[in-house]
Write a protein that binds this ligand. Structure first.
Ligand code: SF4
Ligand code: SF4
Length: 133
């Protein structure tokens, strides 16, 4: 998750408030271990674990990617019916927060709010831009 930003669409500003979203923290948790954690999570080493395996990852449009993954990944859980990173709290699309925000893995830091991937996972989660204040 990232911060609140504004972009322009049809010359109108659109806000992206990650704290009312969490779609990325859910989407990438659909397959156990898909969330890269560059190192083990320092606050609680049980939140992540090491893998060295081929992971099949299916995008919502049906495309399947096979990724060789070697490194730490976040554990996952169910959160109010959504798949979620184990560090995610709250409710996807309503109010969420990351319990390890200050030391969250690099992919979480570099996932760009307002990017095509952000829009893609928001659409997957059914979170409209209109829902964003
Ligand atoms: S999907 Fe985009 S808006 Fe939603 S939490 Fe992730 S980066 Fe933020
Ligand atoms: S570590 Fe935090 S920001 Fe990263 S996927 Fe998990 S809940 Fe989201």
């Amino acid at each position: 998750m990232s911060q609140l930003i504004q972009i322009q669409k049809n010359n109108l500003p659109i806000s992206f408030d990650c704290q009312t979203c969490g779609a990325c923290c859910s989407f990438f948790a659909r397959k156990e271990g898909i969330i890269d954690a560059d190192t083990e999570v320092k606050e609680d080493i049980d939140l992540s674990y090491f893998v060295d395996e081929e992971i099949k990852f299916q995008w919502p449009d049906g495309d399947v990617e096979t990724i060789h993954h070697e490194g730490f990944v976040m554990r996952t859980k169910a959160l109010n019916g959504w798949p979620a990173c184990i560090a995610l709290t709250g409710e996807v699309g309503v109010k969420v927060s990351c319990s390890v925000y200050n030391t969250r893995p690099t992919p979480c830091r570099t996932f760009e709010v307002g990017s095509a991937a952000c829009l893609y996972v928001r659409k997957w989660a059914g979170i409209d831009l209109e829902q964003i204040a």
